[in-house]
Design a protein around this ligand. Sequence first.
Ligand SMILES: *Cc1c(COP(=O)(O)O)cnc(C)c1O
Length: 408
Amino acid sequence: MQRFPSARDAALALRPDRPVYAFDRRALVEDARAFLDAFRGSTAYAVKTNGEPFVLEALAEAGVSAFDVASPAEFAAARAAAPEAALYYMHPVKAQSDIRLALEGYGVRAIAIDHEDEVAKILRVVRALDLAPEDFTLFVRLATKGHAAYELSKKFGAAPAHAVELVRRIDRIGFRVGLTFHVGSQVEDLESYERAIATAAWVKGRAGVPIAALDVGGGFPARYGHDRKRPATPAPAVGALIARVQDEVDAWGLGDLPLIAEPGRVIVARCLTVVVRVLLKKGQRLYINDGIWSSLSDSWTGKITLPARLIPDPARRRSRRAAAPKLAPFRVCGATCDSVDILSRPFWLPDDVDTGDWIEIGHIGAYSLALRTRFNGFYPDDFVAVDAAFEEGEGQEGYATLESRAGG
Ligand SMILES: *Cc1c(COP(=O)(O)O)cnc(C)c1O
Protein backbone atom coordinates (compact mmCIF):
# COMPACT_ATOMS: atom_id res chain seq x y z
CA MET A 1 0.00 0.00 0.00
CA GLN A 2 1.18 3.48 -0.84
CA ARG A 3 1.43 5.61 2.30
CA PHE A 4 0.11 9.14 2.91
CA PRO A 5 -0.29 11.30 6.00
CA SER A 6 -4.08 11.41 5.55
CA ALA A 7 -6.90 10.44 3.22
CA ARG A 8 -7.00 14.02 2.01
CA ASP A 9 -3.33 13.91 1.04
CA ALA A 10 -3.97 10.66 -0.81
CA ALA A 11 -6.89 12.20 -2.71
CA LEU A 12 -4.94 15.30 -3.71
CA ALA A 13 -1.88 13.30 -4.77
CA LEU A 14 -3.64 10.49 -6.62
CA ARG A 15 -6.69 12.41 -7.89
CA PRO A 16 -8.52 9.09 -8.02
CA ASP A 17 -11.54 8.50 -10.21
CA ARG A 18 -12.21 5.22 -8.42
CA PRO A 19 -13.02 4.96 -4.72
CA VAL A 20 -9.90 4.63 -2.57
CA TYR A 21 -9.91 3.08 0.88
CA ALA A 22 -7.55 4.68 3.36
CA PHE A 23 -6.40 2.31 6.08
CA ASP A 24 -5.16 3.60 9.43
CA ARG A 25 -3.51 0.60 11.01
CA ARG A 26 -2.72 2.39 14.23
CA ALA A 27 -6.44 3.13 14.79
CA LEU A 28 -7.24 -0.56 14.25
CA VAL A 29 -4.62 -1.71 16.72
CA GLU A 30 -5.82 0.89 19.24
CA ASP A 31 -9.46 -0.15 18.96
CA ALA A 32 -8.59 -3.86 19.13
CA ARG A 33 -6.43 -3.32 22.22
CA ALA A 34 -9.16 -1.23 23.85
CA PHE A 35 -11.54 -4.18 23.53
CA LEU A 36 -8.99 -6.76 24.64
CA ASP A 37 -8.12 -4.64 27.68
CA ALA A 38 -11.73 -4.04 28.67
CA PHE A 39 -13.03 -7.60 28.24
CA ARG A 40 -11.99 -10.16 30.83
CA GLY A 41 -12.70 -13.19 28.62
CA SER A 42 -11.47 -14.35 25.25
CA THR A 43 -12.03 -12.00 22.30
CA ALA A 44 -12.97 -13.79 19.06
CA TYR A 45 -13.07 -11.21 16.27
CA ALA A 46 -16.02 -11.76 13.89
CA VAL A 47 -14.31 -12.21 10.53
CA LYS A 48 -17.40 -11.41 8.47
CA THR A 49 -17.23 -7.76 9.55
CA ASN A 50 -14.04 -7.22 7.57
CA GLY A 51 -11.99 -10.22 6.46
CA GLU A 52 -9.30 -8.39 4.46
CA PRO A 53 -5.92 -10.06 5.07
CA PHE A 54 -4.29 -6.78 6.12
CA VAL A 55 -7.01 -6.29 8.76
CA LEU A 56 -6.74 -9.82 10.13
CA GLU A 57 -2.95 -9.60 10.24
CA ALA A 58 -3.04 -6.32 12.15
CA LEU A 59 -5.53 -7.80 14.60
CA ALA A 60 -3.33 -10.84 15.16
CA GLU A 61 -0.40 -8.52 15.87
CA ALA A 62 -2.55 -6.48 18.24
CA GLY A 63 -3.06 -9.66 20.25
CA VAL A 64 -6.36 -11.04 18.97
CA SER A 65 -5.91 -14.79 19.28
CA ALA A 66 -9.37 -16.11 18.43
CA PHE A 67 -11.68 -15.61 15.48
CA ASP A 68 -15.40 -16.14 14.97
CA VAL A 69 -15.71 -17.81 11.56
CA ALA A 70 -18.67 -19.00 9.50
CA SER A 71 -17.38 -20.53 6.25
CA PRO A 72 -14.39 -22.30 4.69
CA ALA A 73 -13.16 -19.01 3.21
CA GLU A 74 -13.24 -17.45 6.68
CA PHE A 75 -11.42 -20.46 8.21
CA ALA A 76 -8.68 -20.00 5.62
CA ALA A 77 -8.45 -16.22 6.01
CA ALA A 78 -8.20 -16.38 9.79
CA ARG A 79 -5.69 -19.24 9.71
CA ALA A 80 -3.52 -17.47 7.14
CA ALA A 81 -3.32 -14.32 9.26
CA ALA A 82 -2.98 -16.05 12.62
CA PRO A 83 -1.76 -19.65 12.36
CA GLU A 84 -2.03 -20.29 16.11
CA ALA A 85 -5.40 -18.65 16.67
CA ALA A 86 -8.45 -20.55 17.91
CA LEU A 87 -11.36 -20.68 15.49
CA TYR A 88 -14.92 -20.50 16.83
CA TYR A 89 -17.34 -21.82 14.24
CA MET A 90 -20.39 -19.86 15.32
CA HIS A 91 -22.75 -20.14 12.35
CA PRO A 92 -25.71 -22.13 13.68
CA VAL A 93 -26.52 -23.74 10.29
CA LYS A 94 -23.70 -25.44 8.45
CA ALA A 95 -23.06 -27.74 5.51
CA GLN A 96 -21.96 -31.23 6.54
CA SER A 97 -18.86 -30.94 4.34
CA ASP A 98 -17.94 -27.61 5.96
CA ILE A 99 -18.23 -29.17 9.43
CA ARG A 100 -15.88 -31.92 8.35
CA LEU A 101 -13.39 -29.43 6.93
CA ALA A 102 -13.55 -27.38 10.15
CA LEU A 103 -12.90 -30.36 12.41
CA GLU A 104 -10.43 -32.21 10.23
CA GLY A 105 -8.61 -29.44 8.42
CA TYR A 106 -8.69 -26.61 10.94
CA GLY A 107 -8.90 -28.28 14.32
CA VAL A 108 -12.08 -26.40 15.22
CA ARG A 109 -13.38 -27.46 18.65
CA ALA A 110 -16.02 -24.78 19.38
CA ILE A 111 -19.21 -24.77 17.35
CA ALA A 112 -22.63 -23.09 17.66
CA ILE A 113 -25.93 -24.89 17.09
CA ASP A 114 -29.59 -24.04 17.59
CA HIS A 115 -31.24 -27.31 16.54
CA GLU A 116 -30.86 -31.02 17.27
CA ASP A 117 -30.29 -31.91 13.61
CA GLU A 118 -27.20 -29.72 13.66
CA VAL A 119 -25.96 -31.68 16.69
CA ALA A 120 -26.49 -34.87 14.69
CA LYS A 121 -24.43 -33.52 11.79
CA ILE A 122 -21.55 -32.66 14.10
CA LEU A 123 -21.75 -35.99 15.89
CA ARG A 124 -21.57 -37.83 12.56
CA VAL A 125 -18.31 -36.07 11.69
CA VAL A 126 -16.89 -36.53 15.20
CA ARG A 127 -17.54 -40.29 14.95
CA ALA A 128 -16.29 -40.57 11.37
CA LEU A 129 -13.04 -38.92 12.37
CA ASP A 130 -12.85 -40.95 15.60
CA LEU A 131 -12.62 -37.81 17.74
CA ALA A 132 -13.67 -37.52 21.38
CA PRO A 133 -16.88 -35.54 22.05
CA GLU A 134 -15.48 -34.21 25.32
CA ASP A 135 -12.88 -32.26 23.33
CA PHE A 136 -15.66 -30.18 21.79
CA THR A 137 -17.75 -27.33 23.16
CA LEU A 138 -21.10 -27.02 21.45
CA PHE A 139 -22.58 -23.59 22.08
CA VAL A 140 -26.36 -23.49 22.14
CA ARG A 141 -27.41 -20.26 20.46
CA LEU A 142 -30.22 -18.63 22.39
CA ALA A 143 -32.94 -16.58 20.77
CA THR A 144 -33.02 -13.06 22.17
CA LYS A 145 -35.17 -9.98 21.82
CA GLY A 146 -33.79 -6.48 21.70
CA HIS A 147 -33.54 -3.15 19.95
CA ALA A 148 -30.38 -3.58 17.92
CA ALA A 149 -30.08 -1.63 14.70
CA TYR A 150 -30.08 -5.12 13.19
CA GLU A 151 -32.12 -7.71 14.97
CA LEU A 152 -30.81 -11.19 14.24
CA SER A 153 -32.90 -13.39 16.48
CA LYS A 154 -35.56 -13.56 13.82
CA LYS A 155 -33.22 -15.90 12.02
CA PHE A 156 -31.23 -17.85 14.59
CA GLY A 157 -31.52 -19.08 18.11
CA ALA A 158 -33.44 -21.63 20.14
CA ALA A 159 -36.27 -20.47 22.39
CA PRO A 160 -35.43 -20.99 26.09
CA ALA A 161 -37.33 -24.26 26.63
CA HIS A 162 -35.90 -25.73 23.43
CA ALA A 163 -32.44 -24.57 24.47
CA VAL A 164 -32.81 -26.52 27.73
CA GLU A 165 -33.52 -29.69 25.73
CA LEU A 166 -30.53 -29.04 23.47
CA VAL A 167 -28.24 -28.46 26.44
CA ARG A 168 -29.29 -31.75 28.02
CA ARG A 169 -28.93 -33.64 24.74
CA ILE A 170 -25.45 -32.27 24.08
CA ASP A 171 -24.38 -33.06 27.62
CA ARG A 172 -25.75 -36.62 27.36
CA ILE A 173 -23.71 -37.26 24.22
CA GLY A 174 -20.59 -36.19 26.07
CA PHE A 175 -19.88 -32.84 24.44
CA ARG A 176 -19.06 -29.88 26.63
CA VAL A 177 -21.88 -27.36 26.63
CA GLY A 178 -21.60 -23.63 26.04
CA LEU A 179 -24.28 -20.99 25.82
CA THR A 180 -24.21 -18.17 23.30
CA PHE A 181 -26.31 -15.34 21.96
CA HIS A 182 -25.82 -12.50 19.53
CA VAL A 183 -28.10 -9.59 20.29
CA GLY A 184 -27.67 -7.87 16.91
CA SER A 185 -25.36 -5.19 15.60
CA GLN A 186 -24.72 -1.64 16.83
CA VAL A 187 -26.50 -2.36 20.09
CA GLU A 188 -26.50 0.79 22.17
CA ASP A 189 -28.65 -0.30 25.08
CA LEU A 190 -27.59 -2.56 27.87
CA GLU A 191 -31.05 -4.08 28.17
CA SER A 192 -30.58 -6.28 25.09
CA TYR A 193 -27.54 -7.88 26.73
CA GLU A 194 -29.29 -8.00 30.09
CA ARG A 195 -32.24 -9.93 28.72
CA ALA A 196 -29.99 -12.36 26.88
CA ILE A 197 -27.86 -12.96 29.97
CA ALA A 198 -31.01 -13.52 32.02
CA THR A 199 -32.13 -16.10 29.43
CA ALA A 200 -28.75 -17.83 29.63
CA ALA A 201 -29.03 -17.98 33.43
CA TRP A 202 -32.54 -19.41 33.18
CA VAL A 203 -31.46 -22.08 30.66
CA LYS A 204 -28.47 -23.02 32.79
CA GLY A 205 -30.62 -23.32 35.92
CA ARG A 206 -33.29 -25.39 34.22
CA ALA A 207 -30.92 -27.71 32.38
CA GLY A 208 -29.03 -28.61 35.55
CA VAL A 209 -25.89 -29.79 33.75
CA PRO A 210 -22.38 -28.29 33.79
CA ILE A 211 -21.91 -25.32 31.48
CA ALA A 212 -18.40 -24.82 30.15
CA ALA A 213 -18.52 -21.26 28.78
CA LEU A 214 -20.70 -18.27 28.00
CA ASP A 215 -20.26 -16.45 24.70
CA VAL A 216 -21.90 -13.01 24.73
CA GLY A 217 -21.64 -12.55 20.95
CA GLY A 218 -21.00 -9.23 19.22
CA GLY A 219 -23.09 -6.12 18.70
CA PHE A 220 -20.94 -3.67 20.64
CA PRO A 221 -21.50 -0.26 19.10
CA ALA A 222 -18.93 1.68 17.11
CA ARG A 223 -18.82 5.47 17.15
CA TYR A 224 -20.12 7.14 14.04
CA GLY A 225 -20.89 10.68 12.94
CA HIS A 226 -23.95 12.60 13.89
CA ASP A 227 -26.46 15.05 12.60
CA ARG A 228 -25.31 18.34 14.02
CA LYS A 229 -28.82 19.70 14.30
CA ARG A 230 -29.83 16.92 16.64
CA PRO A 231 -28.56 16.40 20.14
CA ALA A 232 -25.50 14.19 20.01
CA THR A 233 -26.12 10.75 21.41
CA PRO A 234 -22.74 9.13 21.11
CA ALA A 235 -22.63 5.38 21.47
CA PRO A 236 -21.61 4.36 24.97
CA ALA A 237 -17.86 3.98 25.32
CA VAL A 238 -17.04 0.34 24.68
CA GLY A 239 -15.19 -0.10 27.97
CA ALA A 240 -18.22 1.09 29.95
CA LEU A 241 -20.63 -1.17 28.08
CA ILE A 242 -18.36 -4.18 28.49
CA ALA A 243 -18.02 -3.50 32.22
CA ARG A 244 -21.80 -3.38 32.56
CA VAL A 245 -22.24 -6.59 30.55
CA GLN A 246 -19.73 -8.29 32.85
CA ASP A 247 -21.58 -6.93 35.91
CA GLU A 248 -24.79 -8.46 34.55
CA VAL A 249 -23.04 -11.79 34.02
CA ASP A 250 -21.92 -11.69 37.65
CA ALA A 251 -25.32 -10.55 38.90
CA TRP A 252 -27.00 -13.50 37.21
CA GLY A 253 -24.61 -15.94 38.86
CA LEU A 254 -22.66 -16.73 35.70
CA GLY A 255 -19.46 -15.01 36.79
CA ASP A 256 -17.52 -18.23 37.17
CA LEU A 257 -17.94 -19.21 33.54
CA PRO A 258 -15.16 -18.52 31.06
CA LEU A 259 -16.42 -15.70 28.82
CA ILE A 260 -16.06 -15.19 25.10
CA ALA A 261 -17.10 -12.18 23.01
CA GLU A 262 -17.35 -11.87 19.23
CA PRO A 263 -16.92 -8.18 18.47
CA GLY A 264 -16.80 -7.03 14.85
CA ARG A 265 -17.96 -3.52 14.12
CA VAL A 266 -16.61 -1.87 17.27
CA ILE A 267 -13.09 -2.99 16.41
CA VAL A 268 -12.87 -2.23 12.70
CA ALA A 269 -15.28 0.64 11.98
CA ARG A 270 -12.83 3.49 12.55
CA CYS A 271 -9.77 2.15 10.75
CA LEU A 272 -11.00 2.75 7.19
CA THR A 273 -12.11 5.80 5.29
CA VAL A 274 -13.31 5.74 1.71
CA VAL A 275 -12.55 8.62 -0.64
CA VAL A 276 -15.19 8.86 -3.36
CA ARG A 277 -15.42 11.30 -6.24
CA VAL A 278 -18.29 13.47 -7.39
CA LEU A 279 -18.66 12.53 -11.06
CA LEU A 280 -21.47 14.99 -11.66
CA LYS A 281 -23.38 17.58 -9.71
CA LYS A 282 -26.87 18.12 -11.01
CA GLY A 283 -28.69 20.64 -8.83
CA GLN A 284 -28.97 19.10 -5.39
CA ARG A 285 -27.94 15.69 -6.71
CA LEU A 286 -24.48 14.25 -6.59
CA TYR A 287 -23.54 11.31 -8.80
CA ILE A 288 -20.62 9.57 -7.18
CA ASN A 289 -18.34 6.66 -8.11
CA ASP A 290 -19.54 4.46 -5.23
CA GLY A 291 -22.99 3.44 -4.05
CA ILE A 292 -25.23 0.82 -2.50
CA TRP A 293 -23.63 -2.00 -4.51
CA SER A 294 -20.17 -0.99 -3.33
CA SER A 295 -19.16 0.64 -0.05
CA LEU A 296 -22.50 2.22 0.80
CA SER A 297 -24.70 -0.83 1.04
CA ASP A 298 -27.59 -0.21 3.34
CA SER A 299 -27.90 -3.73 4.59
CA TRP A 300 -25.57 -3.21 7.51
CA THR A 301 -25.19 0.51 7.64
CA GLY A 302 -28.81 1.52 7.13
CA LYS A 303 -29.34 3.23 10.44
CA ILE A 304 -25.91 4.65 10.75
CA THR A 305 -24.71 8.20 10.22
CA LEU A 306 -21.18 8.28 8.88
CA PRO A 307 -18.92 11.27 9.25
CA ALA A 308 -18.09 12.85 5.88
CA ARG A 309 -15.94 15.69 4.70
CA LEU A 310 -15.53 17.46 1.39
CA ILE A 311 -12.13 17.49 -0.31
CA PRO A 312 -12.48 20.26 -2.88
CA ASP A 313 -10.52 19.78 -6.08
CA PRO A 314 -7.87 22.53 -6.00
CA ALA A 315 -7.70 22.44 -9.80
CA ARG A 316 -11.20 23.81 -9.94
CA ARG A 317 -11.57 27.58 -9.69
CA ARG A 318 -13.83 28.48 -6.85
CA SER A 319 -15.86 31.65 -6.61
CA ARG A 320 -14.56 33.52 -3.64
CA ARG A 321 -16.88 33.52 -0.71
CA ALA A 322 -16.93 35.71 2.32
CA ALA A 323 -18.34 33.15 4.72
CA ALA A 324 -17.60 29.49 5.13
CA PRO A 325 -19.93 27.34 3.04
CA LYS A 326 -22.97 26.01 4.84
CA LEU A 327 -23.85 22.34 5.06
CA ALA A 328 -26.67 21.43 2.70
CA PRO A 329 -28.40 18.14 1.93
CA PHE A 330 -27.50 16.38 -1.31
CA ARG A 331 -29.26 13.40 -2.78
CA VAL A 332 -26.60 10.84 -3.68
CA CYS A 333 -26.79 8.63 -6.76
CA GLY A 334 -24.50 5.62 -6.96
CA ALA A 335 -22.15 4.48 -9.69
CA THR A 336 -24.26 1.73 -11.26
CA CYS A 337 -27.04 2.11 -13.84
CA ASP A 338 -29.48 0.58 -11.38
CA SER A 339 -32.31 2.90 -10.40
CA VAL A 340 -32.33 1.59 -6.83
CA ASP A 341 -28.74 2.76 -6.50
CA ILE A 342 -29.82 6.05 -4.94
CA LEU A 343 -29.42 6.63 -1.25
CA SER A 344 -32.77 7.47 0.24
CA ARG A 345 -31.25 9.83 2.76
CA PRO A 346 -29.01 12.74 1.96
CA PHE A 347 -25.36 13.50 2.51
CA TRP A 348 -24.89 16.82 4.29
CA LEU A 349 -21.96 18.59 2.68
CA PRO A 350 -20.69 22.14 2.17
CA ASP A 351 -23.00 23.72 -0.40
CA ASP A 352 -20.13 24.59 -2.76
CA VAL A 353 -19.46 20.91 -3.51
CA ASP A 354 -19.06 20.40 -7.24
CA THR A 355 -18.19 17.97 -10.01
CA GLY A 356 -14.65 16.68 -9.56
CA ASP A 357 -14.51 17.10 -5.78
CA TRP A 358 -13.88 14.19 -3.49
CA ILE A 359 -15.79 13.18 -0.40
CA GLU A 360 -14.04 11.46 2.43
CA ILE A 361 -16.43 9.15 4.29
CA GLY A 362 -15.10 7.97 7.63
CA HIS A 363 -15.65 4.93 9.83
CA ILE A 364 -16.42 2.65 6.93
CA GLY A 365 -14.35 -0.31 8.15
CA ALA A 366 -17.25 -2.53 9.22
CA TYR A 367 -19.30 -4.39 6.63
CA SER A 368 -18.68 -2.09 3.66
CA LEU A 369 -15.70 -3.88 2.12
CA ALA A 370 -17.33 -7.23 2.86
CA LEU A 371 -20.54 -6.24 1.09
CA ARG A 372 -19.04 -4.85 -2.10
CA THR A 373 -20.35 -6.43 -5.31
CA ARG A 374 -19.11 -6.59 -8.89
CA PHE A 375 -22.42 -5.25 -10.18
CA ASN A 376 -22.03 -3.29 -13.43
CA GLY A 377 -18.31 -4.00 -13.35
CA PHE A 378 -17.58 -1.57 -10.53
CA TYR A 379 -15.56 -3.10 -7.72
CA PRO A 380 -13.58 -0.62 -5.65
CA ASP A 381 -10.42 -2.33 -4.50
CA ASP A 382 -7.76 0.36 -4.21
CA PHE A 383 -6.12 0.86 -0.84
CA VAL A 384 -3.66 3.30 0.65
CA ALA A 385 -2.16 3.42 4.12
CA VAL A 386 -2.63 6.59 6.16
CA ASP A 387 -1.36 7.80 9.51
CA ALA A 388 -4.49 9.62 10.62
CA ALA A 389 -8.05 8.49 11.28
CA PHE A 390 -10.97 10.49 9.93
CA GLU A 391 -11.45 12.57 13.07
CA GLU A 392 -7.89 13.84 12.90
CA GLY A 393 -8.50 15.36 9.48
CA GLU A 394 -9.05 19.02 8.82
CA GLY A 395 -11.98 20.84 7.28
CA GLN A 396 -15.65 21.22 7.96
CA GLU A 397 -17.30 17.95 8.94
CA GLY A 398 -20.55 16.90 7.32
CA TYR A 399 -22.22 13.55 7.50
CA ALA A 400 -23.60 10.84 5.28
CA THR A 401 -26.86 9.07 5.97
CA LEU A 402 -27.13 5.96 3.95
CA GLU A 403 -30.41 4.18 4.30
CA SER A 404 -31.30 3.37 0.73
CA ARG A 405 -33.99 0.76 0.44
CA ALA A 406 -35.72 0.65 3.78
CA GLY A 407 -36.95 4.22 3.36
CA GLY A 408 -36.97 7.28 5.57
C1 LIG B 1 -22.08 -10.66 12.81
C2 LIG B 1 -21.81 -11.41 14.06
C3 LIG B 1 -20.95 -10.87 15.03
C4 LIG B 1 -20.33 -9.50 14.92
O1 LIG B 1 -21.29 -8.51 15.13
P1 LIG B 1 -20.89 -6.97 15.30
O2 LIG B 1 -22.19 -6.28 15.43
O3 LIG B 1 -20.16 -6.55 14.10
O4 LIG B 1 -20.07 -6.87 16.55
C5 LIG B 1 -20.69 -11.64 16.15
N1 LIG B 1 -21.27 -12.86 16.32
C6 LIG B 1 -22.10 -13.39 15.42
C7 LIG B 1 -22.69 -14.73 15.67
C8 LIG B 1 -22.42 -12.67 14.27
O5 LIG B 1 -23.27 -13.20 13.38
